[in-house]
Design a protein around this ligand. Structure first.
Ligand SMILES: Nc1ccn([C@@H]2O[C@H](COP(=O)(O)OP(=O)(O)OP(=O)(O)O)[C@@H](O)[C@H]2O)c(=O)n1
Ligand SMILES: C[C@](O)(CO)[C@H](O)COP(=O)(O)O
Length: 229
């Protein structure tokens, strides 16, 4: 048994403030998307990689990804992350487990991928997350309303792994309801299906704002290798 991964790469990277989609920016002389796809190309349990891409970037992405044997298709994305993923989900061949992973997270570990795959096989829904390290407060008009209990707070990442049928149902139901979530698990949670958490690591950052590029360089240096090798 193997899994299929959907990698949404059709964003604009507005918060990164660069003049192009952030997943095309380079880290260690390779585009970020190259590093991210490498994580799955190198995972023995992954047998197919599909991406959501912006129409105008299809040619560039195809060129960047031409050496990857597991890349099976690029699908034009939508105006929101959720729509991009749904566009891909509708086109992939049915399989047992589907993972969704942000193109903008190039540092997911092999251990996390393995645990997520096992979790999805056993319980149909498993996502990567880390415990919140800061104290989090609810604030209204710059006045603190209350302080949340940190022991129950988790910072959610991708990959998020699901049984194919469950994820299809969750996306179809969200579309029928006009529900827009910021991650895939939230669509599954709406169905009442339990989603389990795999304890990931703090290196699995999403490159969102310019300072994240400094963190990314530091992570690569710490690992002592190019993250795509
Ligand atoms: N319409 C969209 C929006 C986002 N994404 C992808 O979803 C992932 C997570 O989204 P985010 O980090 O928010 O990326 P952007 O939408 O590009 O960033 P921003 O919100 O700053 O514009 C990224 O890999 C991004 O390319 C996508 O495929 N389609
Ligand atoms: C799915 C996600 O990576 C979880 O942290 C994230 O929600 C996706 O993008 P966002 O636009 O930064 O919320």
């Amino acid at each position: 048994m193997m899994y299929t991964v959907i990698i949404p790469a059709a964003g604009q990277g507005k918060r990164m403030g660069s003049d192009k989609n952030k997943v095309l920016l380079e880290l260690n002389q390779r585009p970020i998307i190259f590093h991210t796809v490498s994580r799955f190309e190198q995972d023995a349990s992954c047998n197919a990689i599909y991406l959501a891409a912006r129409q105008e970037e299809l040619t560039e992405l195809t060129t960047i990804l031409q050496g990857f044997t597991k890349v099976k298709g690029l699908v034009v994305g939508g105006s929101e992350r959720q729509y991009s993923i749904h566009n891909v989900l509708k086109t992939i061949p049915p399989c047992e487990v589907v993972m969704v992973h942000d193109a903008a997270r190039p540092f997911v570990s092999h251990e996390t991928l393995t645990q997520l795959y096992d979790g999805a096989l056993a319980r149909k829904a498993a996502i990567a997350a880390v415990q919140v390290k800061d104290t989090i407060k609810v604030v209204n008009d710059l006045i603190i309303d209350h302080t949340l209990d940190r022991t129950t707070l988790w910072q959610v990442q991708t990959p998020q792994a699901f049984a194919y049928d469950l994820l299809m149902e969750a996306y179809s139901q969200a579309e029928r309801d006009g529900f827009l979530g910021t991650d895939d698990a939230s669509l599954v949670e709406r169905l009442g299906h339990p989603v389990s958490v795999v304890v990931s690591d703090y290196d699995n950052i999403k490159l969102t704002t310019p300072e994240d590029l400094y963190f990314a360089e530091a992570i690569m240096k710490k690992r002592g290798i190019e993250c795509s090798e």
